[in-house]
Write a protein that binds this ligand. Structure first.
Ligand SMILES: *Cc1c(COP(=O)(O)O)cnc(C)c1O
Length: 430
C-alpha cells in the first residue's frame, strides 16, 4: 500500500474506513475547541457515549427498586455478569463458560496463582519477561516468597539480547526447555506494555506444556487489541483489565479466563466465596462449597454492578464490530502512523527510533518511540498542543492509534505537530 503524508491522503483513508463512524460513539477531551489526538487508549480508553445509559439504568433501578433490583432490575444484578460470557468469549476466543468478570487485574492474577501456582520442591520456578509491568513483578515476588522461596531462585526472567529492544521467540523457548522439570508456571504479558511487542501465545503455551508447566497470560494490553484463541491454544488461565483497550473506565472490573479442562478438577485449590457457589443453591446458605462449573466458580463476592455497567456498554460495541474488522483497521492505521513517523524523520533531524517490532505480526495498536536526547521537552510540547500520549522512563513515548476511535487524519495532524515540535526544539538548542 502506498501512503501519503498529506491531509487529502489521510482523508482518503478515512473515507475508505468501514469503522470511521464509530469515532462518533466516543467522547473526546477538547483542546482549543477540537478533539485531542488520543494516543493513550492503551492506558485508559475513551468513554463511549452509550456508557452513561448503562450506568444510569443501574442508578435508576437502585433508586426505584432498592434491594429488589437484585432480581427485578432491567438487568437483574444477581446474574448481571452472565451477560459478559458470550461477547467476552468472542473477544478472547473462549467458550462462554470459560470467561467471567470480577475484581481487578492484579487481584485476579493472584487468585489464579492460588489455583495454578502450586510449587513443589522439584517444580517451583516461574518464567516471566524481563522488566515485566511493575505490578506483575511485585506479584511474582510476593507469591514465591509466600510459598517460602527466594525471588532469585524461583523467578526466571527472559532477557533481551544486548542492543535489542524486543525478546526473541527462540530465547523464550530455550529458557522454558532449560528450566524443564523445575518449571511450575509460565506467566508473560501477551503484549508487552512498554514496547508493544506481541508474543506468540500459541507456541509459548505449547512449549510450557511440553515440560509439564502451567501457562497463564496477563492480557492487559492484548484483550480488545489482538485476535486471541485462548481455548484452542489451550491456555490454562488469563486475566485482563477492562479500562485499556476495552474502554470500561478507570479501575473497572477485570475479565478472566479459565480453560474448560480445569473446570471439573476438584483437586485445584481456590479461595472460595458465595458467588462461586452453585447458582441454584447460592441463597440456601449451605455450609459446603460446591463451585459453579466454569470460570464463574472462581468468583468470590457479589459483583460491583456499577463497575460492570460501563464494561458491558463497551463490550456491546466490540460485539457489533467484531475483532476481525478491528484488527484489519488496526494494522492499517498503525502502518500509517509508522509511515508518518518515518516521513517526519526524513524531513527533520529528529533522532528518534521506533522500538516496537517492524513486523506487523509482532505488533498491534502501539508504536513505542525512543527519543534520543531531550525527549521530555518534546513530550511536553506534544501534550501542550493537543496530542495525548504518555511518557515512560527513560525516554519513551507510547503511541496507540486505537482503531475504534482514532482517524487517519489524526495521524497526519500528529505528524505536523511532531515536526513543529522537533524544529522548535532544535532552534532552542542552537
Ligand atoms: C495495566 C497493567 C496492570 C494494571 O494492574 P491493575 O491491577 O489493573 O492495577 C497490570 N499488569 C499489566 C501488564 C498492565 O499492563
Amino acid at each position: 500500500m502506498t501512503f501519503q503524508n498529506t491531509k487529502a491522503g489521510a482523508q482518503q483513508l478515512d473515507s475508505e474506513d468501514v469503522l470511521a463512524r464509530y469515532r462518533d460513539e466516543f467522547i473526546f477531551p477538547q483542546h482549543q475547541g477540537r478533539n485531542v489526538i488520543y494516543f493513550t487508549g492503551n492506558s485508559l480508553g475513551l468513554q463511549p457515549k452509550r456508557t452513561k445509559k448503562y450506568v444510569d439504568e443501574v442508578m435508576d433501578d437502585w433508586a426505584n427498586l432498592a434491594v429488589e433490583g437484585h432480581f427485578y432490575a432491567e438487568k437483574p444484578w444477581w446474574d448481571y455478569h452472565e451477560r459478559f460470557a458470550l461477547p467476552l468469549g468472542k473477544i478472547v476466543g473462549a467458550k462462554p463458560a470459560e470467561v467471567s468478570v470480577m475484581n481487578t487485574l492484579t487481584v485476579n492474577l493472584h487468585l489464579m496463582m492460588v489455583s495454578f501456582y502450586r510449587p513443589t520442591k522439584k517444580r517451583y520456578k516461574i518464567i516471566c519477561e524481563e522488566k515485566a509491568f511493575p505490578s506483575d513483578q511485585y506479584m511474582f515476588q510476593s507469591q514465591v516468597q509466600f510459598h517460602g522461596y527466594k525471588s532469585e531462585e524461583a523467578i526466571v526472567e527472559i532477557k533481551r539480547r544486548e542492543g535489542e529492544h524486543n525478546l526473541r521467540l527462540e530465547d523464550i523457548l530455550a529458557k522454558i526447555s532449560e528450566a524443564g522439570e523445575a518449571l511450575a508456571l509460565v506467566l508473560i504479558g501477551g503484549v508487552n506494555y512498554y514496547t508493544g511487542q506481541v508474543f506468540d501465545i500459541k507456541t509459548i503455551t505449547a512449549a510450557g506444556h511440553q515440560v509439564g508447566a502451567t501457562v497463564g497470560w496477563d492480557l492487559a494490553h492484548a484483550a480488545g487489541n489482538i485476535q486471541l484463541e485462548l481455548h484452542d491454544w489451550k491456555v490454562d488461565f488469563a486475566c485482563w483489565c477492562s479500562y485499556k483497550y476495552m474502554n470500561s473506565g478507570p479501575g473497572n472490573a477485570s475479565g478472566f479466563f479459565v480453560h474448560q479442562k480445569h473446570h471439573n478438577n476438584k483437586k485445584l485449590h481456590r479461595f472460595a466465596g458465595w458467588w462461586g457457589h452453585n447458582k441454584e443453591r447460592r441463597f440456601k446458605m449451605e455450609p459446603d462449597f460446591d463451585p459453579v462449573q466454569g470460570a464463574d466458580g472462581w468468583q468470590i463476592s457479589n459483583l460491583p454492578i456499577l463497575s460492570l455497567a460501563p464494561y458491558l456498554a463497551s463490550v456491546s460495541l466490540f460485539d457489533e464490530i467484531g475483532m476481525e474488522a478491528l484488527v484489519k483497521k488496526r494494522d492499517k492505521i498503525t502502518s500509517y502512523l509508522e509511515f508518518i513517523l518515518h516521513e517526519i524523520d526524513k524531513e527533520v533531524d529528529s533522532s528518534f527510533e521506533i522500538i516496537t517490532p517492524a513486523n506487523p505480526l509482532e505488533r498491534a495498536s502501539q508504536l513505542s518511540v525512543f527519543l534520543h536526547g531531550e525527549g521530555r521537552s518534546l513530550f511536553d510540547y506534544l501534550m501542550q498542543n493537543g496530542v495525548v500520549t504518555d511518557w515512560r522512563e527513560p525516554n519513551v513515548i507510547r503511541l496507540a492509534p486505537v482503531p475504534l476511535y482514532c482517524s487517519f487524519e489524526d495521524m497526519y495532524h500528529f505528524g505536523q505537530i511532531l515536526k513543529a515540535g522537533i524544529l522548535a526544539k532544535n532552534n532552542v538548542s542552537l
